[in-house]
Write a new protein. Sequence first.
Length: 353
Amino acid sequence: MKKLSHYELLDCYEEFSWEDIWKIYPMLSTQDIILYYYLSKNYYTGEGNIVDGGVLGGGTTACISKGLIENKKYNKDKNLLLIFDLFKDNVNSINITFLQKHFNRDLFRYEDNFVDFEEVFHNNVEQYKQSVNMIVHKGDLIDYDKYHYLNPIEILSIDIAKTPELMLHICHVFFPHLIPGKSLVILQDWINIQLPFIHIAMNLFNEYFEDYHECPNGSSKVFLCTKKITKDDVKRIIGQKVEDYYYYSLSNIKLINMSIKSAVSTHNKVTSEGVLAKFYLDMGKTKTAEFHFIDTIVKYDLSMDFIMSEPFIDIYHYFKDIIIYYPQVYSRLKRQNSPPYLKTQQEDLQSEA
Ligand SMILES: C[S@@+](CC[C@H](N)C(=O)[O-])C[C@H]1O[C@@H](n2cnc3c(N)ncnc32)[C@H](O)[C@@H]1O
């Protein structure tokens, strides 16, 4: 199937009602927002359900709902939007701090050190509930061990694979219900250095998916399922325990390198290099991570602006002393006035057109 190009999404930027989305504070980039809207409006055929894994205040749910409402193939009686979230987090967590900054205190419930934010979600997506058939699964996804719906999954949105355990679990529970030649898997956080295990997991399944779209400036990547995945395939490919797939090996480095090679823009390539540095760190290989970080700065001629910007900032914090102690790298960084990657990103887009 032909890949979805960035240019095919451009019209949506004009027609989309941004005010509806900004007021619910999605944790999504503008490219992600348009992608979710476009796919549920123009790609979705109604053959299967949509899984919205990880919703927080309902950003992805609202974008998907908006698309479904404008999609003639969507049938509310038949097609389900399946929502999964814990709706609960530690009182000092990033999620709770973020939500409490933007939403009324009455919408939160406090239980010891935890805060329940389910009401924030319901309040934010209320306007779509009449038109979209949403089913909410509240609780730890790890406890959801069987997809029990008759319809297969046509779009699987993963904004919930925050640990290697969750990614493994998602492969086991949801992948066998994908429709070959049709189902899409949207992986949030792909263009983000934090989660190397999602790269290893998805690239292990390389034979069963092809690239469909990647947001050129972060953070989602979309994969098209091309071949039936059985439960046994999942067991064979990724194993049953985290240690079966998330460990230090050359083959895992090669899997992350696949993400670097296939990245659609310089921005994404550099971020994927950061994924590899984070993998080394996760594996306790600090010296190798340092080397890779410096190597990336030199290889892509990165500016201080870029290093100090999302998404590289976390790696920078690990290595800020190194940057200062490597005089050549530091002076190179200081010399750059504007990030060279901006220029190359434009070139990438022009060549895609
Ligand atoms: C980054 S947020 C999702 C952002 C959202 N998609 C949006 O558009 O704004 C990740 C979500 O995953 C949920 N989550 C994380 N771990 C989970 C688990 N083990 N079970 C269920 N939900 C989980 C969190 O509660 C949080 O709401």
